[in-house]
Design a protein around this ligand. Structure first.
Ligand SMILES: Cc1cc2nc3c(=O)[nH]c(=O)nc-3n(C[C@H](O)[C@H](O)[C@H](O)COP(=O)(O)OP(=O)(O)OC[C@H]3O[C@@H](n4cnc5c(N)ncnc54)[C@H](O)[C@@H]3O)c2cc1C
Length: 598
């Protein structure tokens, strides 16, 4: 594993210089989140991730979780690291003070999760799933449930899970078989078997709070008949502590390609005692609170692993000596030049850098929206943030994981054969990243959500909420002395985006398959334009700093050079995605299923 160093300079660039988090924290009344406090939190978080979590990444991958008669043991050091994390208050950072939290802005939690995921993605699954479960209980639980569960989860004593998937259904949750039968005492008897449950069983906490989707006996068919239940591993006793064992057991754990130290469990419920959360048959709505949280978290995994991979690749590219530069030796005193002199290696490194830094900007912008959606001072402002979040969430999840996977693959390629063998840790990053486009709703499903539900389903309103911003930004900078060519390129694409959407919408009215056929390319096309917008937001700041003649010129020059690379070498990928969208569904649907494998 390459040594992980939290990219604090780049994080601060976005926080302080591009998005001005401090002004928005002040506007939100987050008086505790002073610049000094934020800085201290980031530095402490970086220290924990670099010194405690990163050293456990490789060993966790090699040891994996162990299963023995229903008991799951996490790799050496995981449990202690979790205790340290809870002790350090990291679990409670952005949680509600009414339940033991520190009440700091949600965005800060997301920033910390970037460092956690980059230093040890598998380990990050345990607190990550818990945060998602906490969000669902906070939004939909009763006061009693919040006191009983949230306080202990906030303290890091109990962890959480998300139990949706069953053997016969992952995407199509409308056909789940797990049943919930009402009991005389107001609880429910839950029976069924869930698979692939992350953090479903482990040795890191005193209790595990499963959030389980199940159907009531008289439930309507499909997703309208799903309810959500809290099913703790140990039932709370009279003092509210982990008491009698509930009828919940772990049947086995999966052996898998990556995130090997994250326990992926079969969880069996045999008339287990469960408690309804939210309204009956409205479980999917409640679960969406958790899934939206988890989707942003999964998108972050693309960035995290991409960052870890880049850190390894850039170091190696400066040290590894192979061949001479095409323009003549650059290190004549050495046996060969470092591979960073070669244009193709630079193509890989710059692609990695441009996606990572662009994705980070997208993620932090989204984090800021989370703060406003939770704490904005007027309903209109909160609604605007909610709308933008709804639009950006599937893009964060899918675009950041598709590009994150490309980045980790490139990182391995920079190492040549040494990337493919285990020694350097680069292949682990690819393996760990490969799940991110799959879980939390596959990227194909994210794309349908974006195009079908969010964009066409709102008659384009959610898209316009974003294109309007891009339009105003481009109009305001149309005469920018150094960057106007890029603003013109982005403005043209922004207009084209709306037109392309209209054409897909028209085609979809005649043939619903057009949405499914266009969806993934449409999502990627949108992602590239969105990153173009964020690259220009960063470039304007960097250019301003350089023109003002302050310090750190090299940092700002690097931003501008990477922006130029993005506009010249990556943004043009939109043309291929547009062509695929425009190609329509016929070429996908004409071949009969039985002719695919002749
Ligand atoms: C390591 C790991 C951890 C996981 N953690 C959890 C967890 O904590 N909790 C939990 O509940 N689940 C978890 N999952 C399950 C995960 O969310 C599902 O695997 C995922 O949602 C896909 O479901 P599936 O595997 O059943 O695939 P399927 O739903 O069978 O899909 C197969 C393929 O068909 C495509 N497809 C299906 N329907 C459509 C459609 N309508 N249109 C277009 N394409 C479609 C999919 O995109 C996919 O490519 C985890 C899985 C893994 C491997």
């Amino acid at each position: 594993m390459p040594d992980y160093k939290a990219p604090l300079r780049d994080m601060r660039f976005l926080l302080d210089e591009v998005f001005d988090f401090h002004a928005s924290y002040a506007a939100l009344g987050a008086s505790d989140a002073t610049p000094d406090m934020v800085s201290a939190i980031l530095e402490e978080g970086a220290k924990f991730c670099e010194q405690v979590l990163a050293p456990l990444n490789r060993s966790g991958d090699e040891e994996e979780c162990q299963f023995n008669h229903g008991v799951v043991t996490t790799p050496k050091g995981f449990k202690e690291a979790f205790a340290q994390y809870a002790e350090g208050g990291w679990m409670s950072l952005a949680a509600d003070p009414a339940y033991g939290g520190q009440g700091l802005p949600h965005s800060l939690g997301l920033l910390i999760s970037e460092m956690v995921g980059a230093s040890n993605t598998s380990w990050g699954m345990y607190p990550g799933l818990t945060q998602g479960a906490m969000a669902a209980i906070h939004a939909h639980g009763t006061e009693e449930q919040k006191q009983a569960y949230l306080t202990r989860m906030t303290a890091g004593r109990w962890t959480g899970t998300m139990c949706l998937t069953e053997a016969h259904c992952g995407t199509d949750l409308g056909i789940i078989k797990t049943r919930a039968v009402p009991q005389a005492d107001g609880s429910y008897a839950i029976s069924g078997s869930k698979i692939f449950i992350s953090a479903g069983e482990h040795d890191m906490s005193e209790n595990i709070v499963h959030l389980v989707l199940a159907k009531l006996p008289d439930a309507p068919a499909g997703t309208k008949g799903i309810s959500l239940f809290i099913v703790p591993k140990f039932l709370p006793d009279a003092q509210g502590e982990a008491g009698a064992r509930n009828a919940v057991s772990c049947g086995s754990i999966e052996h898998k390609m990556g995130i090997k130290a994250s326990a992926t469990c079969v969880i069996n419920f045999d008339n287990a005692k469960g408690f309804l959360i939210g309204e009956a048959n409205k479980g999917l709505n409640c679960m969406f609170t958790m899934m939206n949280h988890a989707r942003l978290g999964t998108g972050m995994q693309g960035l995290c692993l991409g960052e870890a991979s880049f850190q390894g690749a850039i170091k190696y590219a400066n040290e590894r000596l192979q061949m001479r530069a095409l323009t003549g030796p650059k290190a004549p005193d050495k046996a060969a030049d470092p591979i960073i002199v070669h244009p193709d290696v630079r193509r890989m490194l710059l692609t990695m850098k441009a996606f990572n830094e662009g994705n980070r900007a997208l993620a932090y912008f989204t984090a800021q929206l989370l703060d406003i959606a939770h704490g904005g001072d007027n309903a209109e402002q909160r609604q605007e943030a909610e709308d933008l979040l709804a639009f950006l969430t599937p893009i964060c999840k899918a675009f950041m994981t598709e590009t994150g996977l490309e980045v980790t693959n490139l990182g391995m390629q920079v190492f040549g054969g040494h990337g493919f063998i285990r020694e350097w840790g680069m292949e682990q990053l690819v393996r760990d990243c490969r799940i991110a486009p799959i879980y939390e709703g596959t990227n194909g499903i994210q794309a349908l959500d974006l195009l079908g539900r969010k964009v066409l389903g709102s008659q384009g309103k959610l898209l316009r909420g974003f294109t309007k911003r891009v339009h105003q930004f481009c109009a305001a900078n149309a005469e920018h002395p150094q960057l106007q060519a890029y603003f013109a390129q982005l403005a043209k694409l922004n207009q084209e985006w709306g037109e392309l959407t209209q054409r897909v919408g028209m085609a979809a009215m005649k043939n619903p398959d057009e949405v499914g056929a266009a969806a993934l390319d449409y999502l990627m096309y949108s992602g590239y334009i969105i990153l173009g917008y964020f690259w220009l937001r960063m470039a304007v700041v960097a250019q301003g700093r350089l023109s003002a003649g302050g310090g750190e010129a090299a940092y700002y020059q690097a931003k501008l050079a990477t922006c130029e690379f993005y506009f010249k070498r990556l943004l043009p990928r939109t043309a291929a995605h547009r062509a695929a969208v425009e190609a329509g569904s016929d070429c996908l649907m004409q071949l009969p299923a039985e002719q695919f494998a002749l």
